[in-house]
Write a protein that binds this ligand. Structure first.
Ligand code: CP
Ligand code: NVA
Length: 308
């Protein structure tokens, strides 16, 4: 039997396959130009197929983009929070995986703990897609890279700078660095750095990663500046984080240090006046709404990779 293709981490998927997913995302986006949002792609590749979506925590973009993705691919989706399911009352993730595999063609999970996702994939006989965990957020980074390629540049010529908390989104940028060849600068204060073994593993596989706690230095001559919330879902120390990360707001001064044509990205939801100044996220260099839209296009390509 062919190996099931789970989409759990960008570190696990060969560069050539990630490249073809991104190409497919661009191709599908172009091919439906002018279609109504709910219109089905001309090839309707997954007619009759269903994606189950389970959320252990909140979501706007992931939830709506995956649902629309399945509709545009000719299929359908079923969404539930874990609290709507027996999972929320103690049924095991192993049994949940086996049961859902009898009903649906794929499962997307947004999990509190990455281990829950791994266990779901281990026990499912259909593909499992990571819709964010406490550890990483691979679908987001595929959309972000699609957005950067739309600016006309070649990823392998770009320097991307992450400013702030070295969180789940930062981890996926680290995981993808060697795959797409961009240079990544991480500017995170002590106590908020990306896990050392994640950075080390990426470097071992050829990633060009620099670290500096000084955000101004990190942004100098960058092509892309990226921020994310200082308090991720599940973080319980919000007050301390606000204090510890206060010097890591992406301001106009940081954007001025970057290249004049630099792009600002943020996965959203954003907190203006915290991790990013309103003038930056609402300014001319921000591509955050293209980035949000590309969740849909990138995920259609991810679903196609998993389901084919
Ligand atoms: N960026 C992102 O994953 O957004 P949601 O939490 O709204 O899904
Ligand atoms: N780092 C954020 C991303 C939200 C999409 C979180 O985990 O809450």
């Amino acid at each position: 039997m062919a190996q099931i293709k789970h989409f759990l981490s960008l570190a696990d998927i060969p560069a050539s396959e990630l490249r073809s997913i991104l190409d497919e995302a661009h191709r599908r986006k172009r091919a439906r130009s002018g279609f109504p949002k709910g219109g089905v792609d001309a090839d309707a590749p997954f007619s009759g197929e269903t994606l189950a979506m389970i959320f252990e925590k909140s979501s706007t973009r992931t939830r709506f983009s995956f649902d629309m993705a399945m509709r545009q691919l000719g299929g359908t989706s079923i969404t539930a929070t874990s609290n709507d399911m027996q999972l929320g009352r103690g049924e095991t993730v192993e049994d949940t995986a086996k049961v859902l595999s009898r009903f649906v063609d794929g499962i997307m999970l947004r999990a509190n703990a990455h281990a829950t996702l791994v266990s779901l994939a281990h026990n499912a006989s259909v593909p499992v897609i990571n819709g964010l965990t406490d550890y990483n957020h691979p679908c987001q980074i595929m959309a972000d890279l699609q957005t950067l390629e739309e600016t006309g540049g070649d990823l392998s010529d770009m320097t991307l700078t992450w400013v702030g908390d070295g969180n789940n989104v930062a981890v996926s940028f680290v995981n993808a660095a060697a795959k797409f060849g961009y240079k990544l600068r991480l500017s995170c204060p002590d106590g908020y750095t990306v896990p050392g073994q994640t950075v080390e593993a990426a470097r071992q596989s050829g990633a060009k990663i620099e670290t500096t706690a000084d955000p101004l230095k990190a942004c100098k001559n960058s092509d892309v500046v990226i921020a994310d919330t200082w308090v991720s879902m599940g973080d319980t120390d919000a007050d301390k984080r606000m204090t510890d990360l206060a010097d890591y707001q992406v301001t106009d001064a940081l954007m001025r240090a970057a290249n004049p044509s630099a792009t600002f990205l943020h996965c959203l939801p954003a907190h203006r006046g915290e991790e990013v100044a309103a003038s930056v996220i609402d300014g001319p260099q921000s591509r955050v709404f293209d980035e949000a839209e590309n969740r849909l296009h990138a995920q259609k390509a991810i679903i196609a990779w998993c389901f084919n």
